[in-house]
Design a binder for this molecule. Structure first.
Ligand code: ADP
Ligand code: MG
Length: 638
């Protein structure tokens, strides 16, 4: 027994080596030794191991990673991990996050010098002939997510977060070139684990009795991560409670407490933030696209450019571990380096004059407190009416007198309420910066209320038609499209179908960021005019042939609608197929008619639209691909 490094009873999923073999889940006794990971049948009454059922030689392992739980997966299958070897993935479910982390860590350590370690993997399951993360239908298809190399994969010397075949970077001092960042990923961080120390980026005042207060820049220990949005944590005084996990960052480098450090920010987010601040010399430090490195992003109005532009400088390291920027002034720490360049440009376009921080406004939480989805209507104050929709009046108000919210008051008879209330629990867990956050529901009274994040610039369609203060730039239009593509890529990664994507179902916040709303809601509408494809309110103009003809909804029908939404953006809110009525549209679109190229859209943008409108649903791109394409176009423009 002493040879056994780890032993544990896990649930194992059948491997579906053939497309038709059934999916099943069995408890097995797993044993890890120096050579292999083996699993056995066992007698649960006597607690004894029985016959060997299978094993994988450690030297054949090419990757060990977590797997995202499927939506609606039962509690015992929340903590999955995968061991990938030549026969594909072996899926194993642990009872707790801790045990999973322990096994992954150990396995990674043991296989780190293996040949053929993978650089990309699939973060979601392979089920019935398709990868849930990227919808590819070939089991051997290359992974769609680049592995985080922090976890022991040190032999991957060439592992790079850069994609595409761009020129290599020039020798230092370097100015970071426009490279394509990774596609948007579901909010999941494989390196996070129970026991880690995090630092609060924002203050958080408890909203439910189970919550723990967060004070900006203070440290907390994470005790439990079973909920994807709310972690249990302990503060320095030993007080415990739940915290919104998007309010904290892992304390890894000691930089987290500096306002100039924006961890988890990519190049385009940095550019957007710096441009919004619009201050000459505005700067921030972010993680570079190269793992373990940092980049200074700096906004300048110099050089005769009226609108200003962003420069990106990599922080370089000498062989002795000293840091330097554009010129060779060496420092033993990054804060010292920043301090120096706050006073000296020393090779950059300007000195670092103003700290631009993403911490000015806290992000939305997934619900108003841990485990809270039923909201007490007495905590709501109604301030003004925002509009009238399919379900009735929508109002702007405050929750507990201080948090902005939008409240949909559901007209009686307009919604199948019980079904929606069930679904709301799942919707609450969806959290992305380009999705309008559902905060909760008031269901103990009639009419019921749906409480969501409030976006001060209202509906995107109205914003396009009348809200743009000046003629929009191509960058601005494309940024709106990018926002939507990222929100949708997240929904796609969660296998969630929107079913009614259109400019009228997107909202714009005070910074001009576009967020998608009303996802999945159409399933609960009680109105034949809206739900039947022959009805007058059915979104015929946003629907692909397979929806119009066979009501076949999928992420690919959302893609079609996204193409139409692009068209709405580039026509500043015109009605698609203006001159046709619904019957004519069904007829002509199924015979191949497509929308024309809007004047503001160049060929590249129009070719994206056209790909969304391919006849065969499978030929259309995924949102993940679209988000990358749009991002690339944005870089070309800047
Ligand atoms: P429904 O989906 O029930 O048809 P809408 O979502 O279209 O209703 O809401 C009607 C109007 O209310 C929208 O056009 C928009 O102007 C406003 N509105 C809805 N939700 C919000 C929100 N979260 N923030 C700001 N305005 C909103
Ligand atoms: Mg709506």
């Amino acid at each position: 027994m002493s040879d056994n490094i780890l032993e544990e009873i896990f649930i194992k999923r059948s491997q579906q080596k053939k497309k038709t073999s059934p999916l099943n889940y069995k408890e097995r006794w797993f044993v890890l030794t120096q050579e292999k990971i083996a699993y056995y049948d066992f007698d649960s009454d006597k607690g004894k191991r029985k016959g060997l059922k299978g094993s994988v030689d450690l030297e054949k392992i090419r990757c060990v990673e977590t797997v995202q739980p499927e939506i609606n997966s039962p509690q015992e299958r929340m903590y999955a991990f995968q061991i990938i070897y030549d026969e594909g993935p072996l899926y194993i479910f642990s009872k707790t996050e801790d045990v999973r982390a322990q096994w992954i860590k150990k396995l990674k350590e043991m296989v780190r010098f293996n040949k053929d370690l993978m650089q990309k993997y699939h973060p979601c399951f392979w089920v019935d002939g398709v990868w849930l993360c990227c919808q590819q239908e070939v089991k051997q298809a290359m992974g769609c997510k680049v592995l985080d190399n922090k976890n022991g994969f040190t032999s991957n010397l060439h592992l790079s977060r850069r994609r595409g075949s761009r020129k290599p970077l020039p020798p230092t001092p370097t100015e970071e070139k426009a490279v394509r960042p990774l596609p948007p990923q579901p909010p999941e961080a494989p390196s996070h684990s129970v026991g880690m120390t995090v630092i609060a980026e924002y203050n958080y005042t408890p909203m439910s009795p189970q919550d723990l207060e967060l004070r900006k820049d203070e440290e907390y220990t994470v005790l439990e991560m079973s909920d994807q949005n709310w972690w249990k944590a302990r503060d320095k005084n030993g007080k415990e409670g739940y915290i919104p996990c998007n309010y904290v960052v892992e304390a890894e480098h000691g930089l987290e407490k500096f306002d100039w450090y924006s961890k988890n920010m990519n190049r385009s987010q940095a550019e957007k933030l710096l441009k919004t601040e619009n201050k000459d010399g505005g700067f921030l430090i972010r993680d570079s696209s190269k793992a373990g490195k940092y980049t200074v992003s700096l906004f300048t109005k110099g050089g005769g450019e009226t609108s200003g532009s962003c420069r990106h400088y990599n922080i370089c390291t000498t062989a002795q571990g000293q840091f330097y920027l554009a010129e060779k002034h060496h420092f033993s720490s990054i804060p010292e380096l920043i301090n120096y360049h706050q006073h000296n440009a020393a090779g950059m376009v300007s000195r670092l004059k103003y700290i631009v921080s993403n911490r000015a406004r806290p992000p939305s939480t997934a619900g108003l407190g841990y485990g809270v989805w039923e909201i007490d209507p007495h905590c709501l104050t109604f301030i003004k009416e925002l509009g009238n929709g399919q379900f009735g009046v929508v109002k702007y108000g405050k929750w507990q007198g201080q948090h902005d919210v939008a409240i949909k008051m559901i007209k009686e008879g307009s919604m199948s309420e019980d079904d929606f209330i069930e679904e709301a629990k799942i919707m609450m867990k969806l959290r992305h910066e380009n999705l309008v956050q559902l905060y909760g529901v008031c269901t103990k009274q009639r009419p019921i209320y749906i409480v969501t994040e409030f976006l001060s610039n209202g509906c995107l369609l109205t914003y396009l038609r009348e809200g743009l203060k000046q003629h929009p730039t191509t960058v601005h239009l494309l940024e709106m499209c990018k926002d939507v593509s990222e929100g949708m890529a997240y929904l796609e990664s969660q296998q969630y179908i929107h079913r009614d994507l259109a400019a009228r179902n997107c909202l714009v916040d005070g910074n001009g960021t576009v967020k998608v709303t009303d996802f999945g809601l159409s399933r609960y509408v009680l109105d034949d005019e809206y739900t039947s494809s022959a009805g007058s309110k059915f979104p015929v103009r946003w629907s692909p042939p397979e929806v119009l003809l066979y009501c076949k909804f999928s992420s690919k029908s959302d893609i079609w609608a996204y193409g139409v939404l692009l068209w709405e953006v580039y026509t500043l809110g015109r009605l698609p197929y203006e001159r046709l009525n619904n019957t004519e549209i069904v007829d002509q679109v199924s015979r191949g008619l497509r929308l024309y190229r809007p004047q503001l859209a160049n060929e590249k943008v129009y070719s994206i639209m056209s790909r969304c409108w391919l006849e065969k649903a499978d030929d259309r791109p995924t949102f993940q691909e679209l988000a990358l394409t749009v991002q690339d176009l944005l870089y070309e423009l800047q």
